[in-house]
Design a protein around this ligand. Structure first.
Ligand SMILES: Cc1ncc(COP(=O)(O)O)c(C=O)c1O
Length: 488
């Protein structure tokens, strides 16, 4: 029978339907969590064959729809919490984050206006004020939660662009882009996240606007090359609207020299945005907080809590040093943030966000901070960084493995290279090894390219993983590579 009480409400029938649906779903999750496999190993073609939408005149009802989702989705999901699941900056989630999701989803608050999210708006503002303090900004509430690093980087770049034009007496918001746009540039390291390019293209300035600064031997921005690229741009008659520094590059976890870059940006009056999507986690670290010295000098900062803060997707934040810059994107919608409401001091977050309707993701971080406390949060962040150092040391002692770069945060870049493999085949062997491990369902190891070298990547965020787990993984990497060689 189709669900006769489809809407969540206070009626007894709806509450009973809600409890049944949630109990059935959580029980399915509990069963799934106890599966030993990381992935059941289905291929793209197999999933394509088995996954089909059932949308007929009569619905299946909640119970059957949940059962189908368990069969089609849950059972062939990737177990992100599995110790051998280490390919990406994709974290296992905190239990408290799951509980927060229940509250967020059931209440379905929307963060655009206070009348749609009264307590939630105040919680988010309070958290933004706290995060600003953590970064070292002046007290204030300029900042907002975002869908993640890409959107936060877009906000930083967009405000940098609009501030650049505003200094020249032009409002991009009102009049759009003008002039020779091919002369407007952004400088970031060659290892900066690709969202810089994508966002510049989205903003009408194209990939051509991004000048890549060289990196040093551990993937940090080379400040001498930054100075040189700045001078070259100026000599060509170009104008640099922003420098993007990265605190925690996606592969190497490299943190650019923030204070030196900030000094250069200040000297040339250029907006500095710091993408701390990964490294921002060190704000809570006991041992490594000083890696972020200079972050407070940035005009804007990206933080991302669905990486090493262990929150469920999505959960990010954008922080803006000088609140006045928010005027550059301000829009007043009579139905959301009217003059009348604002004159009475009614807060609204729509004027700080690119989104209108928006999830209350801030609650996850709020509850995570309260549940774990300073010591435990610091411990689970620092654990990954220390583990990466131990793993790197282990790899240097292995005959068939080669460390490609010294770890900085919680990632390890290495390659498998049994002695008999010709140099030209090493890249392909590494790629095939990672593919074979995923196809067998036993491990998910990243494949990337660093300084032209194809290598494997372990992103060791999971605080429950220990060196012995990684040794098991590395043994299967070597064994799989050897089997592939034998089959050739
Ligand atoms: C350094 C960095 N910045 C930004 C992003 C994009 O973040 P998101 O995937 O949350 O949009 C990533 C993603 O891995 C990243 O590593």
């Amino acid at each position: 029978m189709s669900g006769s009480h489809p809407i969540l409400s206070g009626s007894a029938a709806s509450i009973a339907a809600y409890q049944q649906a949630i109990t059935q779903s959580t029980q399915a999750v509990v069963d799934w969590l106890q599966q030993p496999e990381m992935y059941r190993g289905k291929t793209v073609a197999e999933l394509r064959d088995s996954i089909q939408l059932h949308f007929n005149a009569e619905g299946l009802g909640n119970q059957a729809a949940i059962a189908r989702a368990v069969a089609l989705f849950l059972k062939d999901s990737l177990a992100v919490h599995h110790p051998q699941c280490v390919a990406h900056l994709h974290c296992p989630s905190l239990v408290i984050s799951q509980a927060a999701e229940v509250l967020i989803n059931a209440t379905n608050q929307s963060m655009d206006s206070w009348d749609q999210s009264p307590s939630a708006t105040i919680i988010e503002i309070t958290l933004v004020e706290w995060l600003r303090g953590l970064v070292g900004y002046q007290p204030g509430d300029a900042g907002v939660f975002t869908s993640g690093g890409t959107q936060s980087n877009l906000m930083g770049l967009m405000l940098a662009r609009d501030a650049f034009f505003a200094r020249r007496g032009h409002s991009v918001q009102q009049q759009g882009l003008i002039g020779d746009l091919s002369k407007i540039k952004v400088l970031c390291s060659a290892q900066a996240h690709f969202s810089v390019q994508k966002n510049m293209a989205l903003m009408g300035l194209g990939y051509q606007s991004v000048i890549a600064v060289k990196t040093d031997n551990v993937a940090r921005m080379d400040v001498h090359d930054l100075a040189e690229k700045l001078a070259q741009a100026t000599a060509r008659g170009e104008q640099v609207m922003a420098i993007v520094a990265t605190a925690g590059t996606t592969d190497a976890g490299a943190i650019d020299p923030l204070a030196e870059i900030a000094a250069m940006a200040a000297e040339h009056q250029i907006w500095l945005h710091v993408d701390a999507a990964w490294g921002g986690a060190l704000l809570l670290s006991e041992q490594y907080r000083h890696y972020l010295d200079g972050l407070e000098l940035a005009d804007s900062v990206t933080l991302d809590f669905h990486k090493q803060f262990f929150q469920t997707i999505s959960c990010g934040a954008f922080l803006l040093k000088d609140a006045r810059h928010y005027d550059l994107m301000r829009y007043q919608a009579a139905y959301l943030n009217s003059d009348f409401d604002e004159a009475q001091g009614v807060p609204n977050l729509v004027s700080k966000s690119l989104q209108t309707t928006r999830r209350f993701d801030a609650l996850k971080l709020w509850m995570g901070l309260e549940a774990l406390g300073k010591k435990q949060y610091a411990a689970i962040i620092d654990n990954g960084i220390r583990l990466a150092q131990d793993v790197a040391q282990f790899i240097t002692g292995c005959l068939d493995l080669e460390l490609v770069m010294k770890p900085q945060l919680a990632s390890v870049l290495f390659r498998v290279r049994p002695g008999q493999v010709p140099a030209a085949d090493v890249a392909l062997l590494n790629q095939q090894t990672a593919d074979a491990l995923l196809a067998s369902g036993s491990a998910n190891v990243g494949v990337t390219e660093v300084n032209g070298i194809t290598c494997l990547k372990l992103t060791l965020l999971n605080p429950t993983v220990c060196l012995e787990d990684v040794e098991v993984l590395l043994a299967s990497v070597v064994q799989t590579a050897r089997q592939l060689l034998d089959q050739r």
